[in-house]
Design a protein around this ligand. Structure first.
Ligand SMILES: C[S@@+](CC[C@H](N)C(=O)[O-])C[C@H]1O[C@@H](n2cnc3c(N)ncnc32)[C@H](O)[C@@H]1O
Length: 311
């Protein structure tokens, strides 16, 4: 258990980091892609532009954190795209995907994550009113879901960083006549401050590597979250999070991965108690657990976990 000062300090560092990351994305999207898109702007097809954003985003993200000066040097879009192509090739690495070892660029890896998430949500996707990304950054996971045909009446991004929310609205300008999207403030540490979503019966919540950012969750985290959707008849949660070591029996099933992931989470002040807090929440039933579906073998393997809330 960290002291509350340690946890506050950590939360502050994470906040600064992501405000910086999404501000860089936002300025690149404005400068090189002419966003926000308007009816009169001479954008290529919105889909082509979006695919380019998806391609450049991981590299800009990396430059923002590790090589700020490099990012600032790009004068033209072609400079940036050449650098990003090289970055993808240089950073290709070994991943284990559902037990299969392969070398992938981050772009390729993210395509796999995108399709995995869409397949999981498709299976739960009956007459969905609302799909909600919990800690969804610049909103790309929701846009991907829409483009892959995971239908919902509304797509909602919940994100703590102001820059992430601004950036998501900017990217949404590519699609604004196609589906209903909104974004709102959301902090895992202060869920009481998030909005209430009334009048929605079939709701899917999901997260990808967002809970990881919060070392400890409040005991009532999932009770508070569920109360924010007071009218649901069907409420599901789907998580792709690096919580493999938290899953019971993982220590004996895969001791090497268990040790590696646990050490990684401790060293990076990542979450340690998601599984515990979720499984103790009244009326939440964990329906599906797939440990370590994606692993890059340096710790931090991603597991899939699906729960259902029954009143
Ligand atoms: C590794 S990024 C993943 C973003 C997004 N889910 C994705 O898959 O691209 C972690 C995200 O968690 C968000 N985050 C960090 N701390 C948070 C908190 N206390 N509450 C809500 N979101 C938080 C960050 O702003 C960031 O968008």
């Amino acid at each position: 258990m960290g002291s509350s000062e340690d946890l506050d300090e950590r939360s502050h560092q994470v906040s600064i980091k992501y405000e910086g990351v999404y501000s860089c994305l936002e300025s690149a999207f404005r400068k090189f892609y002419g966003l926000p898109s308007t009816a009169s702007s001479k954008n290529k097809s919105p889909l082509e532009t979006y695919q380019e954003l998806k391609f450049v985003a991981p590299a800009i993200w990396y430059y923002a954190i590790f090589e700020k000066t490099k990012y600032d040097r790009f004068i033209t879009k072609s400079d940036m795209v050449t650098s990003v192509k090289n970055w993808h090739l240089e950073h290709a690495k070994v991943y284990i995907i559902n037990g299969e070892e392969m070398i992938l660029t981050l772009f390729q890896f993210d395509e796999i994550v995108k399709h995995t998430l869409a397949t999981l949500l498709h299976r739960l996707n009956h007459n969905i009113d609302l799909i909600v990304d919990l800690g969804g950054g610049w909103g790309h996971r929701l846009f991907d879901l829409f483009l892959l045909g995971v239908k919902s009446k509304e797509y909602v991004l919940l994100e703590r960083s102001i820059a992430g929310r601004r950036c998501s609205n900017l990217v949404y300008s590519l699609f604004s006549n196609l589906f209903k999207f909104s974004c709102h403030h959301f902090d895992w540490n202060h869920l009481e401050d998030m909005p209430v979503f009334e009048g929605h019966q079939n709701v899917l919540l999901f997260s990808t590597h967002s809970i990881e950012q919060v070392p400890e969750l409040e005991n009532k985290t999932f009770d508070i979250l569920i109360d924010k959707f007071p009218d649901t008849e069907n409420l599901y949660g789907v998580h792709l999070e690096p919580v493999t070591f938290q899953i019971p029996v993982e220590k004996s099933n895969n001791p090497l991965r268990y040790e590696r992931d646990m050490k990684y989470a401790m060293a990076h002040k990542y979450n340690l108690d998601f599984y515990n807090k979720l499984s103790r929440t009244k009326n939440i039933f964990i329906r599906h657990v797939s440990p370590g579906v994606f692993d890059s073998c340096y710790g931090n393997s991603t597991s899939v976990l699906i729960w259902e809330f029954r009143r």
